[in-house]
Design a protein around this ligand. Structure first.
Ligand code: GLA
Length: 393
């Protein structure tokens, strides 16, 4: 009987689409993990911050939990020189980018930079348009391992062609460099970006709030809460897989706009989405709760599961949702999500996840406890919270 259950379960797991492999998939076999300066520091970046962040990545246990990339977002670059080479802001990066990359590497971490496919970045710094090969060669010489390429100031440009050009330039530069496509889902990159980039943003920017789409202060549209992004990712599972990931944007955990319970939900949902996990807070000054969330190895293992399947919503009743992600070795993870502010009773029948009998083990990934499996699972989920279970038939 157990075997039958396992087979049924496996059938559901295998139903997730497995697209053909691409030559660049090896660059990110599991969703990239790291840190990016933008959400917390915006343009306020310099080499001291980056060095201290690399140090904190190690001392906080984040490196050992799987975080690898230290990525400087917009505003590190200031101009191009006469030869057209991109120039880092000499006041903020007096030692130069190569020295900084070397420092990050010396900590056992990887180093990333940001550019833009258009004439200028979103903050008006030089973009890569017309300089793709030159920039890629420069990144390679500096020891860059990851490049995020944004989509501001790209009037009339074709996203697929533009990002192909950057990908081809990186290939010629002959250093393994992860390409993070950041065109906010406008041209449905999930339909074309596999083989071009290793991850592609699916929405406009995240903001440090639970729910609500708001215009930016300059009137441009729009920033999203965690739940708004979640909804936009709900149908994109078939497009993700090892080496090519939907990117629901960087994490806001620890930035102060949400409760710890909301941040736990944010982290859990990104993990079940097999999303890149790029911390976006100040790693040098983390509360114990923030560190505990970001380094929850059981949740990280869900995100990094080698099968590389993005989870899906299998039930929605008003504010109450159930999400399921099949894992390698025949197990799966279930999230019970309560979007509302008040605690609510939630139940799960095992048949909903393809099991004919109670599973052999049920583990709560935030309580770090096994739960004795009963004929169904029932619990009160606090407001704006999740319960996250690993189920093994
Ligand atoms: C865009 C991107 C953000 C960030 C900023 C930098 O808004 O979506 O992630 O890189 O630009 O200017």
């Amino acid at each position: 009987m157990l075997r039958l259950a396992a087979i049924l379960f496996f059938t559901i797991a295998a139903a997730a689409q497995t697209p053909a492999r691409s030559a660049i998939d090896f660059l990110a076999p599991t969703p990239p993990m790291g840190w990016n300066s933008w959400n917390k520091f915006a343009c306020n970046v310099d080499e001291t911050l980056i060095r201290q962040t690399a140090d904190a990545m190690v001392s906080s246990g984040m490196r050992d939990a799987g975080y690898q990339y230290v990525v400087i977002d917009d505003c590190w670059q200031i101009s191009r020189n006469k030869a057209g080479n991109i120039v880092a802001d000499p006041k903020r990066f007096p030692s130069g980018i190569k020295a900084l990359a070397d420092y990050v590497h010396s900590k056992g971490l990887k180093f990333g930079l940001y550019s833009d496919a258009g004439t200028a970045t979103c903050q008006g710094r030089p973009g890569s348009l017309g300089h793709e090969a030159q920039d890629a060669a420069q990144y390679s010489n500096w020891g860059v391992d990851y490049v995020k390429v944004d989509w501001c100031n790209t009037n009339g440009m074709n996203a697929r062609a533009a990002y192909w050009k950057m990908r081809a330039s990186l290939d010629i530069a002959n250093r393994p460099i992860v390409l993070s496509i950041c065109e906010w889902g406008k041209s449905q990159p999930w339909l074309w970006a596999h083989g071009v980039g290793n991850l592609w943003r699916t929405t406009s920017d995240i903001s440090d709030r639970w729910v609500g789409v708001q215009k930016f202060s300059d009137g441009n549209c729009c920033s999203n809460g965690v739940l708004d992004i979640l909804d936009k990712e709900a149908d994109l599972a078939p497009y993700a897989g090892p080496g090519h990931w939907n990117d629901p944007d960087m994490l806001e955990i620890g930035n102060g706009g949400m409760t710890d319970s909301e941040y736990r939900a944010h982290f859990s949902l990104w993990a079940i989405l097999a999303a890149p996990l790029m911390a976006g807070n100040d790693l040098r000054n983390m509360s114990a709760a923030t560190r505990e969330i970001l380094t929850n190895k059981e949740v990280i293992a869900v995100d990094q599961d080698p099968a590389g399947r993005q989870g899906q919503r299998i039930r929605k009743t008003g504010d109450l949702e159930v999400w399921l992600k099949p894992l390698a070795m025949n197990s799966a993870v279930v999230i019970l999500l309560n979007r509302s502010a008040k605690p609510q009773l939630m139940s799960l029948r095992w048949s909903e996840i393809g099991l004919q009998h109670p599973p052999a083990t049920v583990r709560d990934l935030w309580e770090h406890k096994d739960i004795a499996p009963k004929s169904a699972f029932s619990t009160t989920v606090p407001g704006h919270a999740v319960v996250m279970l690993k189920v093994t038939p």
